[in-house]
Design a protein around this ligand. Sequence first.
Ligand SMILES: C[S@@+](CC[C@H](N)C(=O)[O-])C[C@H]1O[C@@H](n2cnc3c(N)ncnc32)[C@H](O)[C@@H]1O
Ligand SMILES: [Zn+2]
Length: 280
Amino acid sequence: MIQPEVLDILKCPSCGGLELTIGSGRRPDLICSDCDSHYPIVRGIPDLVAPESPPLPGSYRTETLSNVIAGIYNFVAPVMSLAIWRCSPLRYVDHENRALGRARGGIYLEAPIGTGLALAPVVADHHDALILGVDKSWKMLFKAQKRLSKVSLPFQLVRADYSNLPFRDGVVRSLQSLNGLHGFTDRVSALAEFHRCLEDQGFFSGSALVRAQTDVADVVLERYERYGIYPMLRSTEFLLQEVRAAGFDDVSFSTHGAVMFFSGERSDATLNQDFSRPAV
Ligand SMILES: C[S@@+](CC[C@H](N)C(=O)[O-])C[C@H]1O[C@@H](n2cnc3c(N)ncnc32)[C@H](O)[C@@H]1O
Ligand SMILES: [Zn+2]
């Protein structure tokens, strides 16, 4: 069942109302007191994708693809990381460790969580965070649930769209988006949502596939883009400029093969500043 501390930070993705309560009955929904939207809870995971939100072009395809690859993701992702992207899977674990440490006593949000592949191995008793994981694919969420059910910390998975997160403003202390940016159909909205949900000086980190690092990776990325698997693959500089323009300070990065890892802090100071046009 959904814990009270999770209910306290939820926001209705349809109307923005702050009071979501658990209905009665054998299979209760989450109900918004303001607009009366009902959000089903499936195997303990609330479905907080706004029912009336217009689907972005390509989003059904992304969701279907994610559902299809969920079954093999845990095997395929590390192999591809080593063989094609030329990045040790251990780097993800390392990055995860750092981001989880930055949640220290607050809320840690992984968006998207996928199957929880990099997160589950690093969660330890000494961490003191409430873990939230967001994804739009049910199959990915169920895999993550199975994996995370073995960890010692409290966690809550939520089906949601990262372009319309069902969380109140400023409630997240550390937000991790591994393998995220390059797959966002609408990066501006997703980054704006991350900024909104993070507390002031909250920690934002993640990774993305980037172009122009290795020839083999570029060939594969070219195919990904052509077949619409990932919509907007760009250079490291381009992505970093977007992150800064979304209101993140002290952004640092490192690239390992075709994978760029970055981190920064939420700030109001840089939000909407006129950054020079990023290079493609
Ligand atoms: C490449 S996986 C990365 C998963 C995980 N972070 C990792 O590195 O293992 C990308 C994930 O993004 C999710 N996703 C795609 N579009 C989404 C959206 N609009 N909102 C939430 N999740 C989405 C997919 O379902 C998929 O699980
Ligand atoms: Zn509502």
